[in-house]
Design a protein around this ligand. Sequence first.
Ligand SMILES: Nc1ncnc2c1ncn2[C@@H]1O[C@H](COP(=O)(O)OP(=O)(O)O)[C@@H](O)[C@H]1O
Ligand SMILES: Nc1ccn([C@@H]2O[C@H](COP(=O)(O)O)[C@@H](O)[C@H]2O)c(=O)n1
Length: 472
Amino acid sequence: MAARNQQTSTLMLKSAGRPPWYAPDGKNLPAYVVGIAGGSASGKTSVARRIVESMNVPWVVILSMDSFYRRLTPEESKRAFENNHDFDHPLSYDFESALRALSDLKQGKAVHIPQYDFSTHSPSSQSQYLYGASVIIFEGIFALYDPAILQMVDVKIFVDTDSDICLARRIKRDVAERGRDPLGVLQQYDRFVKPAYDGFVRPTMSNADVIIPRGLDNQVAIDLMIQHIKRQLDEHNATIMRPVLVGQYDGSSAQDGLAPTLVTVPQTSQVRAMQTILCDRSTPRGDFIFYSDRLSRLVIEHGLSLLPLKKRTVQTPTGLSYEGYEMEAEVTGVTVLRAGGVMEKALRSVARTAHYGKILIVGDPATHEPRLHYAKLPPSIERHQVLLMDPTIVSGANAMMAIRICLDHGVSEGSIVFVSLLATPQGVHAIQTAFPLVRLVVALLDSRIGKDDLLVKSGYGVFGDRYFGTEC
Ligand SMILES: Nc1ncnc2c1ncn2[C@@H]1O[C@H](COP(=O)(O)OP(=O)(O)O)[C@@H](O)[C@H]1O
Ligand SMILES: Nc1ccn([C@@H]2O[C@H](COP(=O)(O)O)[C@@H](O)[C@H]2O)c(=O)n1
């Protein structure tokens, strides 16, 4: 039982090169949902897998209804092991949880899906982390049954395979993969599977847009379906955000027209001197590192000072009580790799108990469109105040993707503080337009951006290269 409660989950996201999945206003575009229903062993999973393989992009995911079987009582579990429990009645599914997961995924949120173990008739200790799919394939015998789920599904498929073939495949599969014996499979089939198919599952065929006779054997129908889904994905991609282009902001180089969510650190004499050292092309690398670290600590401290406090009373060594404060919520620092690592170092030097996450976004060399390559965030991040760290904001496109990822993982917009050493007003404006509640703390504003390479023409140069010594 203890093992069952210790749900493990892979928090890694392997979406090599995922383009933006949200519109210029920062809001997610809904994912396209394909529902695949049909009898048990008709080939639903096989068809879903064939679609995923043919799409050949990581942002197509399968959500199986197996994950939403209701938990059995001890009495029901005993009957299940005697092949005498009805897993084919609609009441055996938790449609509410299935709807919630599907709806979250469709809205672009990250979800943890329980995994089901057919040999124990219960959820396994594993859960699956799904994030950011543009196409979701929802498959199961009742995928086209529940009216609220049907509302979520964009294209509805029913796999119609001869029942004798389904039975033969089910015996083979359940013995090989689900820890069953042939006689038990036959008993369960006669008692529950066949009557439920006739009474509940087959009638949902009338909800389908497309019926695929013979399942995987019907290559023509599957190819047509794949073409249809690819077209939907192309249309989806056509409406996603292109880089926020230089020139959209018409203020001057100062804070003209920018909202008060932008805070520049006080321009003390020390800050001015440090900025000058960082802007100077002849500054030796050792000095560049030293002053970047120092300025990072200042910006981080400034960012931390914006986070809310709550009252805390402590006893002093002399026995008096002291009415003080503590942070209202835990802090997570999210590093936008690689240059954000510099600011992470600064956060580690001032915050003893922070959590950490990392995001890798790489600009497409031709279009400068940001592409998500990796994200790893702490599981409880939705309850934390988040410091997003990237030393430079140019077009704002990378920052917007990083903010979107935090929001998709349940962080509220008002809990995010984006800290940066140098930002363009254009980039800040783009971020503020899409995410008006995100606060930004920067050390320096600089408005000069190269039209072709989207690099700040003055300022610190390519910060990461200068800091890590990787300049060409
Ligand atoms: N066209 C096919 N030819 C041969 N075996 C198949 C075919 N389609 C599916 N199978 C096998 O039948 C079993 C059930 O298929 P599956 O796709 O899991 O069905 P479902 O998801 O509808 O229960 C699996 O072992 C699968 O490998
Ligand atoms: N513990 C369980 C749960 C479900 N089943 C059977 O699985 C069938 C649905 O899965 P398919 O992959 O075949 O669509 C359903 O017909 C249940 O009878 C089970 O045997 N044990």
